[in-house]
Design a protein around this ligand. Structure first.
Ligand SMILES: [Zn+2]
Ligand SMILES: [Zn+2]
Length: 263
């Protein structure tokens, strides 16, 4: 599996991805908002974009569908429940579906509600697994729930699916928010040395060269995976005494998400 990350250089800080089969050169484009950049990247590598996948229905992920489909004839794939809202979807996806790219690439569709209720992530079971996480999981952060989401469901997705993936899994999110999210982690957990070191490193790179993290790393630097950390709980309790000394992970997650909304 060949993976190309494309930086949109827009104010929303989108990342697009091309996932290609090394044997046939067929490629799938993930959330290609700036579709011309994706097309150009594919041409430079001699790849043909045959599929477009939207992780969810928000315009900053679907807005390039028409242009890229017009230029390539690619089929559009999205969550079955989002298909009507997106329009022009050729294949509605449900949990466990397999998406083939060329002869060698197989991606598993995960049903991951929370940011919206119809959001998919893609999991590649490659030697080093890879997760294309849309707006569900970001580097050092979690998606917001402002536009059709639900923090309780987002917690369920984190706890029952994302936290269980192998530590070696490489993370490919829909936006570049690494430094900003690390600042939030450090606000909640000032003694987190890994987050401080990663922030220093992140500030040395521009967004186009942002490091790719693994889930193992995320568990150390992403406050939304650190729900039993004593510092996180103590600082949360200072703001929300009602959570008590031993809050459930779900409670911690939802309160953190609430704080991040106005942080
Ligand atoms: Zn979104
Ligand atoms: Zn987005």
């Amino acid at each position: 599996m060949l993976t190309e990350r494309i930086w949109a250089a827009n104010s929303l800080r989108n990342f697009h991805y091309l996932i290609a089969c090394p044997e046939t050169g067929e490629a799938l484009a993930v959330d290609p908002l700036k579709w011309e950049l994706c097309l150009q990247a594919a041409r430079e590598r001699g790849w043909q974009i045959t599929q477009i996948l939207n992780t969810h229905e928000h315009e900053d992920h679907t807005g390039g569908n028409e242009g890229l489909r017009g230029a390539t004839g690619a089929r559009v794939l999205a969550h079955a429940g989002a298909a009507a809202r997106i329009g022009g979807v050729d294949r509605g996806l449900t949990k466990g579906d397999l998406i083939k790219v060329g002869r060698t690439v197989e991606l598993e569709c995960l049903d991951t509600p929370g940011h919206t209720m119809t959001h998919v992530c893609l999991l590649a079971h490659t030697e080093q697994p890879a997760l294309f996480s849309g707006d569900t999981l970001f580097n050092a952060g979690a998606g917001n729930c402002f536009n059709g989401g639900d923090p309780q469901r987002l917690y369920d997705t984190f706890a029952s699916q994302l936290a269980r993936l192998p530590d070696a899994t490489r993370l490919y999110p829909g936006h570049e928010y690494l430094a900003r999210n690390l600042e939030f982690t450090l606000d909640r957990e000032p003694d987190n040395q890994d987050a401080a070191a990663t922030l220093e490193q992140a500030r040395r790179h521009n967004a186009a060269e942002a490091p790719v993290t693994t889930l193992g790393q995320e568990k150390r630097i992403n406050t939304f995976f650190r729900l039993q950390n004593p510092t996180v709980i103590a600082r949360l309790r200072a703001l929300f005494p009602e959570i008590g000394a031993h809050p459930e992970e779900r409670t911690v997650f939802v309160k953190l998400r609430e704080l991040r909304n106005r942080w």
